[in-house]
Design a binder for this molecule. Structure first.
Ligand code: KG4
Ligand code: ZN
Length: 343
């Protein structure tokens, strides 16, 4: 099974619109190959059927490239780890079926990984030559992606508790939907971020929808921006036009405030001062700057994964895979992917 003393994991991620494969050895990432899918941009969002087909085309070349870059042969693999969920079921099926084939063909164990837990554990992702100062347990993580917004107490690699989450749209979804209304292409989050850097965040005021306790709500913001755009476009039909940067900065600062208000409440309530970010939206510069500002005030230690490990990638799947291998947590061959997959 494992080669000598080494634990070598092949990891596969296919939950949404990125096909990714990674190889880790003893918890260190040797390769992390990601193939995106440009086809969705023209539809303004991910089209599930097209995503599954693209995964099917990408998966073999991506796995081959990950093994080759890691200089690892299939016979050296200790186990195959894959994303079981949450995600688009057709997309998940491609990675799951491929992983089962590898496991059966090579006679090595199969390991199932929760995509949202993996995003958090991306804070431990390190390359052979990389420096890393990962958080000690327990820490608090704000996971912000295109499909999820969660506050999680992380007690160990395999023990995590969600203490708050969105009741409607995810933070990334809020960025992307507002971007679409403004006329920016999908995914709009990074573009709002780019325009926001040149704008005035106080130019326009949007309401912060109320959500109880440590939960989030973003759908009211989306509606508020929609009505605001309709009103402005009666006065000037090409709005936002020259005010694009101001509008992006104002929307971004509202989303960031909603996130940081609840993160602060969670830190105060739990007394945890080690704070991590995870997920695609942790690339957002407004969120990063805002978090660093509060951290100085509150005396928090802040952890943010390297950019390559913020968005969907198999490297993060490999790390959880490694720890599940150590714990002997293997999946049966009749396991099925789950569109919803609680911790
Ligand atoms: O974690 P991720 O790659 O995929 C999911 O699992 O959803 O997150 C993708 C999301 C998209 O909504 C994208 O617009 C958003 O992350 N995103 C950003 C930025 N970079 C990616 N949102 C705001 N600012 C960014 N710089
Ligand atoms: Zn993700």
């Amino acid at each position: 099974m494992s080669n000598g003393q080494h634990i070598t994991i092949l990891a596969i991620e296919s939950s949404c619109d990125d096909t990714s494969a990674a190889v880790s050895r003893n918890g260190i990432i040797l390769s992390n190959i990601i193939a995106g899918q440009e086809i969705h941009a023209r539809y303004g969002g991910v089209v599930p059927e097209l995503a599954s087909r693209a995964h099917q085309q990408h998966i073999l070349p991506v796995v081959t490239a990950a093994l080759s870059e890691a200089k690892v042969s299939k016979s050296e693999l200790s186990a195959v780890a894959f994303t079981r969920g949450p995600g688009l079921i057709g997309s998940l099926l491609v990675g799951t079926s491929f992983s089962k084939g590898m496991s059966l063909g090579l006679g090595i164990p199969l390991i199932e990984v929760n995509h949202m837990q993996a995003h958090i554990i991306a804070n431990f992702a390190v390359r052979e030559d990389g420096q890393l100062n990962p958080p000690e347990f327990p820490f608090l993580c704000l996971t912000v992606s295109g499909g999820h917004t969660q506050l999680v107490v992380v007690r160990s690699f395999l023990d995590m508790e969600i203490i708050g989450e969105t009741q409607d749209d995810a933070a990334g979804e809020a960025f992307d939907k507002v971007a679409k209304m403004i006329g920016l292409p999908y995914p709009g989050g990074p573009l709002i971020d780019k325009w926001a850097s040149q704008g005035n965040p106080a130019a326009y005021r949007f309401p912060k929808p109320h959500a109880p306790e440590l939960n989030f709500s973003f759908s009211g913001l989306k509606t508020a921006v929609l009505y605001f755009l309709q009103k402005e476009r009666i006065k000037s039909p090409d709005f936002p036009g020259e005010r694009l940067a101001d509008l992006c900065a104002s929307v971004q600062s509202t989303i960031v405030d909603i996130l940081l208000d609840k993160l602060t409440l969670a830190a105060d309530r739990t007394g945890i001062r080690r704070i991590a970010l995870a997920g695609g939206v942790s690339a957002n510069s407004g969120l990063r700057n805002g978090l660093h500002r509060i951290a100085v005030e509150k005396g928090w230690d802040v952890f943010i994964p390297a950019m390559e490990y913020c968005t969907d990638n198999a490297g993060m799947i490999a790390i959880i895979g490694h720890h599940k291998y150590l714990a002997g947590e293997f999946a049966p061959l009749d396991t099925v992917p789950l569109a919803r997959y609680p911790f």
